[in-house]
Structure formats: C-alpha cells, structure tokens
Design a protein around this ligand. Structure first.
Ligand SMILES: Nc1nc2c(ncn2[C@@H]2O[C@H](COP(=O)(O)OP(=O)(O)OP(=O)(O)O)[C@@H](O)[C@H]2O)c(=O)[nH]1
Ligand SMILES: [Mg+2]
Length: 349
C-alpha cells in the first residue's frame, strides 16, 4: 500500500518534470531532477554522457556529476571480483534480489576493460541477471568498453555516483580479477568479495595476489552438485586460507570472512549477504568505513593529481621542443635521468 502511494507520488513528480521540460529548454538541473525522480531514460542518458570520450561532453557531464554528488553519499558499494566464469553475475543476481527483499534499491555495474568478453557480454549479463534486470528496484548497467578519458575506475565511480543520486542505495560492481581494473575498483567499494572456484589448478587461479589481501570475504563458489564438489571446494578454501594467513593483516584489522557455497542457492547467498551487511553496519558504527573511504579518497586523489600534473606539463607550449631536445641528448648526457627531468621542469616553470 505504502509502495503504491510512493509509486503514484513518483509518477506525479515525473509528469510534472516532463511538462516543465517540454516548456523550456532542458538544462542540467531538470535533467538531474528527472534522474532523482527515478526516470530510467534520463539516468541511462546521463551514464552515456559520463562514459563518453568526447571532450565536448565533459562540461555537461561534470555539471551533472556535481549535482549528483550533493544527493549522493548514502549508498554502500560492493565490489565482486573473481576469475572469468566464477559465477560473479549469478551471485549478483541472487544477492541483488536478496537486498531488494531487505528494502534496498540495487544498481549493478560491470567493469571489464579486458578483452575476455565479446560484444555478447551485454546480453549475457542481462540474461544471467534476468530477475534483477526486470525488477523496478534494480538497475543493471553492463560494462562500458574503450573508455579512455580518466580511465575505467574514474568512469565507474562517476556512474556509481549517478546511480546513487537516482536513489540506489546498494551499488554492486562486478569486475574480473585478473587485470588492473579490480585494483582500482577496490578503491571505490565498501566491501570487497572474491569469488573462486574449486579445482582451479594452481591454487590462486591466476588471481592477482594483492586481491587476496584486500578481500573482505573469500567465497569458493560452485560448492554444489554432490559430495565430491563440496570436498573440492572445502580443500580449495583451505589452500586460500593458508595463503592468506602468510600475508599481513588488512589495514583496518578486520580479518576476511571465508566460506564455500553456491550462487545458485538463494539461502546460502542470503547468509553471506547477512554477514556482509553486518560487517558494513559495524564498520559504519566504529568509524572503519569512514577511515576506509578516506584512504580511498587519498589514493584516487593521488592518481588524479599525477594524471592532471602530467597533462598540464604536456600541454605546456614549450614542452614538445624541450622534450625532443632532451631525448636527442639523453644517451650522451652524463647526468642522471631524474636530473634531466628536474631540469626540464625548471625550464617549463
Ligand atoms: N553449479 C554452479 N554453477 C554456477 C554457479 N554460479 C554460476 N554458475 C554457472 O557458471 C557459469 C558462469 O557464471 P557467471 O555468473 O556468468 O560467471 P561470471 O563470473 O559472471 O563470468 P564472467 O562475467 O564471464 O567473468 C554460468 O553457466 C552459471 O550458471 C554455482 O554456484 N554453481
Ligand atoms: Mg559476469
């Protein structure tokens, strides 16, 4: 009943905004209003704009993001990583539905800058997340590919921000754990889940070692289909636990959760979501979440600073000439490369 009233109010608000939009040229504020009122088309268009590599789109995108930032900040972000085919999308489908049943609104973003999937991935994700894709309280956005401006992580953080401003309070970000992107995605998530599969051969399954250290939870998936598979999952889990016990404790001191299970089993996924939600609530209460976000801010700000500094040096009118001269002299010069760079920067001052 309350839901009906809420939907009706939302509907009325949307019509009012649409009317206003037809009466005057559409500005960024109206666009933002549509997004905040739950208009999917407006949200999808905003995401495309933010993902656009055209310099010309950037000004509007940034204006929109600034407004989105004012409305955002209340969502919690899950990072889900693992080898290709580990069951990430399947787990997200189940966990997403579970979070919706708890009263949340769920946005799913997929990050996959690598080439391991083809153009079919969009369709693949939507079919794998069939319930979630169709649910009015969910928004599933497959990965952008080929975005170059600012990199994958920045684009994903921006898209997450837009989703937050549209009222989604749980953002699930799927990423393949074999490249660079999951390192970056880890810097924007409040809880990081690593999915592995039994019998992956070399223990760590080609997963970058760092990921094991960052994981808040390690779950060996596909522990189903008979006692043999269950035993294989258990023994894989012991290997990971062993590997992890040799590593340093996580920065905020909370040891990771370990478990085996099946993404096809809603009750098992529910139990893990329970644990992750409890962990998030605890981190919110004891200040660990804020500390984590502050570290994340520092890391991504440093990366942005480096990129921006490089860009401004390269844009200096004298840069090309001096750089070419430096390159020509470099091999015969007696001074260290770092000194050469310092001299260059001095000249560009
Ligand atoms: N038996 C079993 N099969 C599963 C489980 N989880 C996923 N699968 C199956 O494994 C296959 C791959 O699942 P996805 O969810 O697409 O895996 P993914 O990690 O998202 O794959 P990529 O996005 O391509 O890296 C599908 O056929 C799923 O049905 C599980 O817990 N048990
Ligand atoms: Mg997937």
């Amino acid at each position: 009943m309350a839901k009906d009233l809420e939907n009706e109010a939302r509907h009325r608000a949307l019509s009012r905004i649409r009317e206003a939009r037809t009466q005057q040229p559409q500005g960024v504020q109206e666009w933002m209003d549509l997004i905040a009122a739950g208009d999917r088309t407006a949200l999808a268009r905003a995401i495309s704009l933010v993902e656009s590599t055209k310099e010309g789109d950037r000004t509007t995108a940034e204006a929109l993001l600034k407004m989105a930032a004012e409305k955002a900040g209340h969502a919690l972000r899950y990072g889900i990583t693992g080898v290709p085919g580990a069951g990430k999308s399947t787990w997200i489908e189940a966990a997403g539905m579970d979070l919706i049943a708890r009263g949340h609104k769920v946005a799913v973003l997929a990050v996959d800058p690598s080439s391991h999937r083809t153009g079919g991935s969009l369709l693949g994700d939507k079919t794998r997340m069939s319930d979630l894709s169709l649910h009015p309280d969910a928004f599933v956005r497959p990965s952008p590919s080929g975005r170059t401006l600012g990199g994958v992580a920045e684009a994903t953080a921006e898209v997450a921000l837009l989703c937050e401003s549209a009222g989604f309070d749980r953002i699930l970000i799927e990423t393949v754990g074999v490249g660079q992107s999951e390192t970056e995605v880890r810097h924007m998530t409040d809880v990081f889940l690593l999915l592995l599969i039994p019998g992956g051969g070399d223990g760590i399954q080609g997963i970058k070692r760092g990921i094991l250290e960052w994981a808040d939870a390690v779950w060996v998936n596909k522990a189903d289909g008979g006692p043999e598979r269950l035993a294989a999952a258990q023994s894989a889990l012991s290997v990971y636990q062993g590997a992890l016990s040799l590593l340093a404790a996580p920065e905020d001191g909370a040891p990771p959760l370990f478990g085996t299970g099946s993404a096809l089993d809603a009750a098992q996924v529910h139990a893990l979501v329970d644990e992750l939600e409890a962990r998030l609530a605890e981190a919110q209460g004891n200040g660990n979440l804020e500390a984590r976000r502050s570290r994340q801010w520092r890391d991504s700000a440093e990366a942005l600073l480096a990129a921006e500094a490089l860009r401004s040096v390269r844009n200096h009118p004298q840069f090309s000439t001096l750089w070419q001269r430096l390159q020509a002299d470099a091999l015969h010069s007696q001074i260290l490369p770092i000194e050469q760079i310092r001299l260059l920067l001095k000249r560009l001052d």
